[in-house]
Structures are given as structure tokens and as C-alpha cells.
Design a protein around this ligand. Structure first.
Ligand code: ADP
Length: 393
């Protein structure tokens, strides 16, 4: 069985084609600058990489080129080999608690919920429609970023604001990165060989969220009504006092959406360091004793530690902490600093074992009170697994 996982952005389309017999990636790639001058695609397969400029006026064009190229490059011999298409969908509000076969109702809901994810849901619809046009008989599955977090209880997902905001406008915590946290939960479950465990999953990349997981289910997560909440990120502030917003509006003569834009795009590591949103750059500057970079790094670590500590209490302890995504998988010094700040919980890191990037490794010592792992996330595989599961049902 061959399944294609799709992640559509407003001007991009990422894909991975899996052979689900052994869950191997047959080909993967990215179509960029769709509808913008300079559009191009990259396809990787068999250790080769093809990159070409091509006019892509729409997502429909991108899907056409993708399917043609899969055949031209000999990656598949016929489109009939594609058994299912899995789409990463961002916001399913509180209606979608798990992945679903895509039908008209799902597309209508994505449109209905677009005020909750104004950049992502419309892009997801473009992706679905483009594949529907190109491969009308191939079943499609939607895998929502928000679905995994639907097991949070109302004490957790409600904000302490007028209840009518929730009732009338859907103001609540939704959480994001759910597919990644679910992948981590399933991997840990398999590794431990049991269903009962307390896990704190740290997805720390450019965006970042931390999730408390009990027996495979989400209990709480750090992102909120939008991905702006929670820990400090590459360019996002994470949690702040909301009164800062009207104050800065007045001081800088900006409107609310301009200030929210500052909080999304010009805050976090970038805002604090006034240098870069990329942790590698920040660490390099720290090496040069740059004070702003040092404070940015330390604040970043502190916010992760704050959430781990909070979730340790919420879960009544923790069996496993996992680091994943760009920083979590690759940044040896950041993992070390976080673990050292968790020493009061009995967390002990093995500095040799921590010297890894992008591999599944236990980095804690044998006498650490909590097992700490690096596990590379794989949202594309999770989407392909759900797709296979639903089309086989
Ligand atoms: P996104 O949220 O866009 O998916 P990623 O998960 O790819 O982001 O994470 C990107 C982040 O990962 C960047 O801040 C980058 O600095 C960080 N990163 C990647 N490789 C390394 C590395 N070797 N050391 C430190 N940070 C790294």
C-alpha cells in the first residue's frame, strides 16, 4: 500500500510518499512559492534530489506537476498505485477528536472554523480540492493538529473569562502540534510496552509546545486558543500579561492586529536577542558573551522548565520526558541546560549520551528519577498511518 502525506500552506505544499508495508519513505519533497514569482519544487527519492523552477499558479498546478513527476521520475509506474491521501489539517475546533475520512462536511467545517486558523484552514482546503480534482477516486483522510488535545477536561481548556466567550465565540484552549505529540506518545508506549505512563512531551522547534500525557491521552498542553500561547518560541512571545497589548498599542500607535503580529513574528528568541530566531545563531552569539542572546537563551530554557515542572505536578510525577522537533532533537546544550534545571526532581543527564542529534536515544542516567529521551518526531508518518487505518476500515 502506498500513501501520500500532504501538508499544504498558503503558498507551499509538502509531501511524503510512504510504502506502508514497511513504513519507508519512497519520495518526499516541497513545492514552494505557489502563486508567486519564482515557484519551484524539490523532490527527493532514492538518494537523488531534483530541484526545478516551474510556473505554479495554483495548488492545482502543484499537484499536477507532483503526480506527473512521480511517474516521469519512475517513482511510481501508475497513479493507481496511490491508495490514499492524508492531509494535515490545522483546526478542527472541538468537533474533531480524531482523524476522519474527508467528505464535503469536513471541507465545510474547515471553512466554518477558518476564523480560528485564518492562514492554515483555507490553505488546507486548497490542498484537498487540488487532490480531489487530480485523483477523484482516491480516499482522503484529514488529520487535525487540534484533535489529540480534545481529551483535556473543562478545568484545563476553559479560560477564567466570562463563560459566554466560550459559549458564544468558542474561546477556549485548543492546543496544536497534536499529531507530533501523539506520535511521541505512541512511540513511548511501544518502547515501554505498556499503556500506563506519565509523559511530558517537549516539541521545541521554531514553534514549540509542551504536552502532559497520561496513559497516551493529552491532559494539558501549553499552546492555547492560538499557537501564540505557552512557552517562548523562535519568534513568538508565548504567555504574556494581556494588558501589555493595549498599552503598546497606545505607546506605538499600532492597532491590535499589528501588536499581535509583533508577538507572533518579532518576539521570542528573535525579539529578545534582536538578532535571530534560530537557536543555532543564538548559541553562537552566547559563545561570544552577547548579553541579549544569553538572556534570550536562558528565558527560553526557563519557560520550558516552568511547563515541565507544572506538568510534573499535574501528572502526579513523570515517567518519561521527551525532547523533539528542531531544538529538542538537535540542540545538545539546550537539552543539557533544561535537564540541569530539573535536578531538583532527580533528573540526571548523561553528557555522553546527550551528545546526539536526530536519533532515538535515552539521554538520562540509569539512576535518573525520570527517563529522558530524544525522539525525532514524524508527523508525516503519523498522517500516513491514520490514512491507512481509516481507508482499511
Ligand atoms: P518548525 O517549528 O518550523 O517545524 P523546526 O522543528 O524545524 O521548526 O525547528 C527549527 C529550530 O530548530 C530552529 O530554531 C533551529 O535553530 C533549531 N535547530 C535545528 N538544528 C539545530 C542544531 N543543530 N542546534 C540547535 N538548534 C537547531
Amino acid at each position: 500500500m502506498k500513501i501520500i502525506s500532504i501538508n499544504t500552506g498558503s503558498s507551499s505544499l509538502k509531501f511524503s510518499l510512504f510504502n506502508m508495508d514497511d513504513e519507508s519513505v519512497i519520495a518526499s519533497g516541497l513545492f514552494e512559492r505557489i502563486g508567486i514569482e519564482g515557484s519551484n519544487y524539490t523532490i527527493k527519492f532514492n538518494g537523488e534530489k531534483v530541484n526545478q523552477q516551474v510556473e505554479l499558479n495554483s495548488h492545482v498546478d502543484a499537484v499536477k506537476v507532483l503526480l506527473d513527476k512521480l511517474i516521469d521520475l519512475g517513482i511510481i509506474s501508475s497513479l493507481n498505485e496511490i491508495d490514499g491521501i492524508g492531509h494535515r489539517l490545522v483546526h478542527g475546533k472541538d468537533k474533531y477528536r480524531e482523524s476522519v475520512l474527508i467528505n464535503d462536511e469536513v471541507v465545510e467545517d474547515l471553512d466554518k472554523f477558518k476564523c480560528f486558523a485564518p492562514l492554515h484552514n483555507p490553505a488546507n482546503i486548497l490542498g484537498i480540492n487540488a487532490f480531489k480534482e487530480a485523483l477523484p477516486n482516491v480516499p482522503m483522510v484529514g488529520v487535525f493538529d487540534t484533535a489529540f488535545h480534545q481529551t483535556m477536561d473543562s478545568t484545563t481548556y476553559l479560560y477564567a473569562v466570562p463563560y459566554s466567550w466560550y459559549q458564544n465565540h468558542g474561546v477556549r484552549k485548543y492546543g496544536f502540534h497534536g499529531t507530533s505529540h501523539r506520535y511521541i506518545a505512541e512511540t513511548v508506549k511501544e518502547m515501554l510496552g505498556k499503556d500506563e505512563f506519565r509523559l511530558i512531551s517537549c516539541h521545541i522547534g521554531n514553534g514549540g509546545s509542551i504536552t502532559a500525557i497520561k496513559d497516551g491521552k493529552c491532559v494539558d498542553t501549553s499552546m492555547g486558543f492560538t499557537p501564540l500561547a505557552g512557552i517562548m518560541m523562535g519568534t513568538r512571545s508565548g504567555d504574556i500579561d494581556p494588558s501589555i497589548i493595549p498599552y503598546v498599542m497606545e505607546q506605538e500607535g499600532k492597532n491590535a492586529s499589528e501588536v499581535i503580529d509583533d508577538l507572533n513574528k518579532r518576539s521570542g528568541l528573535f525579539g529578545m536577542s534582536e538578532y535571530s530566531s534560530d537557536m543555532r545563531d543564538i548559541l553562537e552569539k552566547c559563545g561570544q558573551q552577547d548579553e541579549k542572546a544569553i538572556v534570550a537563551r536562558d528565558k527560553y530554557v526557563r519557560r520550558v522548565v516552568d511547563y515541565i515542572a507544572q506538568y510534573y505536578v499535574l501528572l502526579g510525577g513523570a515517567d518519561v520526558i521527551v525532547f523533539t522537533a528542531g531544538v529538542g532533537e538537535n540542540s545538545i546544550p539546550v537539552r543539557r541546560q533544561i535537564c540541569e534545571e530539573l535536578a531538583c526532581f532527580g533528573v540526571k543527564i548523561d553528557l555522553d549520551k546527550n551528545n546526539v542529534r536526530g536519533e532515538v536515544v535515552k539521554i538520562s542516567t540509569d539512576d535518573s528519577s525520570i527517563d529522558v529521551y530524544v525522539i525525532p518526531t514524524d508527523e508525516e508518518l503519523m498522517i500516513a498511518r491514520d490514512t491507512l487505518h481509516l481507508i482499511n476500515r
